[in-house]
Ligand binder design. Structure first.
Ligand SMILES: [Zn+2]
Ligand SMILES: [Zn+2]
Length: 363
């Protein structure tokens, strides 16, 4: 069974624990619509990976079989330690290019689309990452690390990053120099000037220190979470596609080929008018996205998300027994069903209940 199936219940228990600790401290770090969206983005990502993730495994195996340079002893701990270090180094570049090259940002932006920061934010993973990410891990395949080692260190890197998405843990002393922590990952999710393009590490923060992309969290300026071009939607499908749509519109309306290429490969902030466009962030002008929602709508979204998570677990259980066409059909139906929950929550503003607003109200 997919090992993520074992992690999912732990993720949810830790979310409940974080809610309880926040409540006992009298602080509010969750909003229901935002968290349901994060969970739905995560469910959608798992369904897309169930199909698209095969690209990564097939390509990795092909390259290792054809070009793998060394034979690795999987009983030697150094095999695993070196693989994790190299994987995390590659992850740093996956992540850094995911912020600094527009077409890759279109895929990664979904992780940053929440204006909250809590354990549910960690579940906001891209549904399109499988298209590009495998390319960055080719060095592991060329060195011949077995696919089993690649998959396990990838899981370690992924699961490690869950706990760093919290506001309830402060700075951790010397650990900040070595590994990714809640404090330095909060900086990564901030849209303040000092947070932009900082702290790309997965497990280790040493890469950021080596390549000059490290920034400490400031006591005098807390990170404001989210992205500077907010998506203003609770729809996981739109969260995954909106920046691709924007790039398409920019490319098709661009005046020349240089501009077309720049829209695809330059930094996300690039514009023809201002080649090095750097806006100054003003926290005073920021307010969180929100929409009206009746109790009935919130109940529908909550139950729908719970059913979606349950059907994901059912999929993990049945996966190996289903023929490929049925697997694809299951995943496609689930992606559309999950999208419909977010679409309905976002559309609530069109139903005349209230006007959608940007506000700082917390649930
Ligand atoms: Zn990021
Ligand atoms: Zn994150």
């Amino acid at each position: 069974m997919n090992p993520i199936a074992f992690a999912v219940p732990v993720f949810f228990v830790l979310i409940l624990l974080e809610l309880w600790v926040a409540h006992s401290r009298g602080v509010s770090v969750y909003r229901l619509k935002d968290s349901l969206t994060s969970i739905n983005v995560g469910i959608m990502s798992e369904f897309s990976k169930a199909i698209g993730g095969l690209i990564s495994l097939v390509m990795y195996t092909l390259i290792t079989d054809r070009f793998g340079a060394f034979t690795w002893d999987v009983s030697n701990p150094m095999t695993w330690v070196s693989a994790l270090l190299l994987y995390d180094f590659c992850y740093y570049w996956v992540h850094r290019t995911g912020h600094e090259i527009n077409i890759l940002w279109a895929s990664h932006v979904v992780h940053h689309s929440s204006e909250e920061f809590n354990l549910s934010t960690a579940l906001r993973q891209s549904s399109t990452g499988f298209l590009f990410r495998w390319i960055f891990y080719i060095p592991l395949a060329l060195l011949g690390y077995p696919i089993k080692v690649f998959v396990v260190v990838g899981l370690i890197d992924f699961v490690y990053q869950y706990w760093v998405h919290t506001q309830l843990i402060g700075k951790l002393g010397w650990l900040e120099y070595v590994v990714v922590t809640p404090s330095n990952h909060r900086v990564h999710h901030g849209q303040n000037d000092y947070c932009i393009d900082k702290n790309y590490g997965g497990v280790f923060s040493i890469w950021d220190r080596m390549f000059g992309t490290y920034a400490d969290e400031r006591d005098d300026e807390a990170p404001v979470y989210g992205i500077r071009k907010p998506i203003e939607s609770w729809n996981p499908l739109w969260a995954n596609l909106h920046h691709f749509v924007q790039i398409w519109q920019q490319v098709t309306s661009a005046e020349n080929w240089r501009h077309r290429l720049m829209y695809i490969f330059a930094k996300p902030s690039w514009t023809p008018a201002k080649e090095d466009a750097t806006e100054v962030f003003n926290a005073q002008h920021f307010s969180r996205f929100d929409t009206p929602a009746s109790t009935g709508l919130l109940r529908f979204a909550f139950v729908g998300t719970f059913v979606g998570a349950t059907l994901l677990m059912v999929y993990f259980y049945l996966q190996s027994r289903l023929p490929q066409p049925l697997r694809i059909a299951y995943c496609v139906v689930m992606v559309l069903a999950i999208a419909s929950i977010g679409w309905r929550m976002t559309q609530a503003r069109s139903y005349g209940l209230m006007h959608a607003k940007r506000g700082s109200e917390h649930a």
